[in-house]
Design a protein. Structure first.
Length: 143
């Protein structure tokens, strides 16, 4: 099992509809590929941060596809490494400032930016990427 962590910048402000489209398409594709993780979008700074977990070749192939997405630029691979087990049960997205959508009614929405990690495994045995994500979260400007 392998994990990677990357950051990128949105090429424009993402509307709620853009984010919901990313959520829908990514959840379907990642389920087929047996990829789990977390994607965070910070609207105020237009930053994306993502953790992907899965087979090494699968997640690096997925990363190559992600690099071609015109909705973001300046993708930087921050870390990749082997893991003994997954930190995420599924694939979800965390948002800051998703205003017009009732997040409680959507599957796959994470409260990571508001509440942090809520999954017990992450709190007890954080992987290097989850520690990185928490560090980046702390550096984001407060609304």
């Amino acid at each position: 099992m392998h994990e990677l962590f990357y950051c990128s910048m949105a090429t424009r402000e993402m509307r709620d509809a853009d984010i919901l489209d990313i959520l829908k398409v990514s959840r379907e594709k990642n389920a087929r590929l047996e990829v789990t993780g977390l994607l965070v979008y910070q609207k105020r700074t237009r930053e994306f941060m993502q953790i992907l977990e899965g087979g090494k070749q699968v997640i690096f192939d997925l990363l190559e596809t992600i690099k071609t997405d015109e909705r973001h630029r300046s993708l930087k691979l921050i870390y990749n490494g082997e893991i003994s087990k997954r930190s995420f049960k599924g694939w979800s997205m965390g948002f800051a400032d998703l205003e017009s959508v009732d997040k409680s009614k959507l599957e796959g929405i994470s409260d990571f930016l508001e509440e942090g990690y809520t999954h017990e495994l992450i709190r007890d045995e954080p992987s290097y990427t989850t520690v990185l994500m928490e560090t980046f979260k702390k550096s984001l400007p407060v609304a």
